[in-house]
Design a protein. Structure first.
Length: 216
């Protein structure tokens, strides 16, 4: 079973930037938003010539690439999918002229299949899924932040329930952090893995901490 990590957050909250600390030699970046990465020199680190970068948002192509890496490329230890929303929204617009229920069922299944496959991947693989967040307000003014989804079926699935670690990316006063525990959000982490409520947005440090936690 691979280790799955979900990172949710608003645009500009540091989700992509957190991956700047990962080793490009052992990381494969699936850029579903097709916007490029956001630190100096990333094009030299991640590109098709290096065999560690793919800009694609079709669900089946993303799924097939994850399976291919798992089965055929042992050098890769971390796969980043940035973002699940890029996959959902692009697929929704590809089928926008279809006036039937099937397209929503197919969309939900494609995301469910993608995050569900993590449990069938090799043990030494880390799969990091990025997603946008939305904050809901109820009639009493209560705020709650969760992963933004497309369609009610995905809301029923609750994508966060498929991950043991869900980090909420936040930007505040020039600081970029991950929230590791639920605080009016779906953030969560294994018991005792992160004693601090907020940690630096350093994906390598997150993975190292979780791997050490598993070993101990």
């Amino acid at each position: 079973m691979a280790m799955g990590i979900l990172v949710i957050g608003e645009s500009g909250s540091g989700k992509t930037t957190s991956c700047r600390t990962l080793d490009p030699k052992t990381t494969y970046y699936i850029d579903a938003d097709r916007k490029g990465l956001c630190w100096k020199g990333w094009k030299k680190q991640y590109n098709e010539a290096n065999g560690n970068y793919l800009a694609v948002s079709k669900p089946d192509e993303v799924y097939d690439r994850v399976r291919l890496i798992n089965d055929k490329d042992a050098r890769i230890k971390t796969i980043v999918i940035d973002t699940l929303n890029g996959i959902m929204v692009d697929q929704e617009f590809r089928r926008m002229h279809e006036k039937n229920y099937d397209k929503w069922a197919d969309l939900a299944w494609s995301i469910y299949k993608l995050i569900g496959v993590i449990g069938n991947m090799r043990d030494d693989l880390n799969i990091v899924c990025m997603a946008h967040a939305q904050t809901d307000h109820d009639e009493n003014g209560f705020l709650f932040t969760r992963m933004k989804t497309s369609g009610r079926k995905l809301d029923k699935i609750v994508p966060e329930s498929k991950f043991t670690t869900v980090l909420l990316a936040k930007a505040s006063d020039g600081r970029y952090v991950f929230e590791t525990h639920a605080n009016h959000s779906t953030a969560k982490s294994p018991l005792g893995a992160f004693p601090e409520v907020e940690i630096p947005n350093d994906m390598k440090a997150v993975i190292d901490t979780l791997r050490k936690y598993e070993e101990d």
